[in-house]
Write a protein that binds this ligand. Sequence first.
Ligand code: HEC
Ligand code: HEC
Ligand code: HEC
Ligand code: HEC
Ligand code: HEC
Length: 302
Amino acid sequence: MRKIRLLILLFVGAALMWGPVSLQAMDKEANTIDELVSMFDESSCIDCHEEIHNQWSDSWHAQSVVSSLGSITSFIENGLKKEWETEVTKGQMLKCLDCHAPVINYASEKLAVEIAEMIVTAAKEKGKPAGDAAKKELAKLRVGCLSCHNLKALAVAPHWNGPREEGMIYGPHGEDAGDAHETLESIDMTRSAFCMQCHGIYTAADGETIQCNTLSGSYQNAYVAKGGSNTCQDCHMDGGHIFHGGRDLDMVKKGIGFNVQINPYKHLPGQIKDVKEPGKWVPSAVVTIFIENKAGHRIPDG
Ligand code: HEC
Ligand code: HEC
Ligand code: HEC
Ligand code: HEC
Ligand code: HEC
């Protein structure tokens, strides 16, 4: 009897330790974009973190839905509807938007489908009033402060970290922000794995994998495996939250090592038949160009 009880206890213990940990700290679901945005309200961040806010506004993270309208539309119209004859659902939309706008996890099924329709309208009616209005609404969806500092902050190792706390700001140090907001340290945010959640392979709830960009693979297999020790943050956040990549010339220059060696010499006289004056020394050179990839992954990527 004691043995059985012990076994049951062990099972319960194991279930508690390894059972699914809900990432959904909130049960509430939003029915409009404004409701969704206010659940993760970032409007006050600018008051105290103005420089970071301005850098982020200029970054691609702040454009992450409106700059991809065409291809998300193609995913919906050509992929889901035509090729796979599948319904447009929240689960399907998360296959793009879990990375391009993580707040969508808290949209109701109805809102997620509406957002899909708005994306199609914005792409197809581009430049017309309906398209512009849809785009303006969709611009509210992006990789915002709380996408990183709350939603994805612990998601690298959800079972280990446990669920995120609603309203908590996770950061690299957990520095006391006084009355402004609560903070907690998330060591994960200083590690490459944090970025690789989105800059890598995504496994959807139905098991389908989506690879929007291949960068994390080459970071791990070609850079870290050969002894590279910089994190994504080391190379991409020394300028703060602007996150320069391949569309910034200075960043591209940083990534390419260029070394040209020119070794001038003269051909032996009489060796070249076409030369008008046989016997003349022909000036020549051996040019060796070394092009080195100094980025932490293959370039270009995307
Ligand atoms: C929630 C998902 C998410 C997380 C987390 C994330 N990113 Fe991104 N990142 C994106 C998306 C989506 C884009 C593409 C935005 C666009 O171009 O529309 C992007 C764009 C970028 C770009 C610009 C690429 C270019 O072509 O110029 C860089 C650089 C970048 N991210 C680096 C990072 C680094 C470094 C981290 C970790 C500190 C990180 N990202 C974390 C989703 C994410
Ligand atoms: C695992 C997270 C993830 C998923 C899922 C994902 N993306 Fe991306 N996407 C990214 C990141 C990160 C970038 C930036 C990559 C870079 O610049 O190298 C990006 C870049 C893009 C770009 C280029 C953006 C630009 O400004 O030029 C487009 C377009 C795009 N994604 C469309 C899609 C579509 C359509 C889907 C769904 C079928 C999708 N993505 C699914 C993370 C993701
Ligand atoms: C793509 C993810 C991402 C987004 C979006 C993002 N951050 Fe960060 N932020 C980070 C990471 C990662 C760090 C830690 C970098 C490190 O120290 O390695 C960080 C650090 C910080 C810090 C601490 C800075 C320091 O020097 O200690 C503050 C404050 C901050 N972010 C505020 C914001 C605000 C405000 C926004 C929105 C305007 C924002 N972040 C958007 C990823 C992000
Ligand atoms: C009333 C002022 C105020 C507002 C509003 C505010 N913060 Fe802060 N925040 C602070 C102060 C003060 C600190 C302590 C460190 C410092 O001085 O940067 C801090 C620290 C942080 C950190 C670093 C935590 C760490 O790990 O050390 C992050 C990340 C952060 N804030 C994000 C945000 C985000 C995101 C928002 C908007 C949702 C926001 N803050 C709104 C004042 C504010
Ligand atoms: C050793 C420094 C270094 C490390 C480490 C590094 N990067 Fe980069 N990354 C660069 C440079 C330099 C570029 C610009 C090169 C180019 O696109 O020509 C770049 C480009 C990018 C781009 C734009 C790609 C494109 O084709 O436009 C993204 C996105 C990106 N990095 C994300 C990441 C992520 C995520 C990690 C970590 C998994 C990471 N980087 C690690 C230096 C680095």
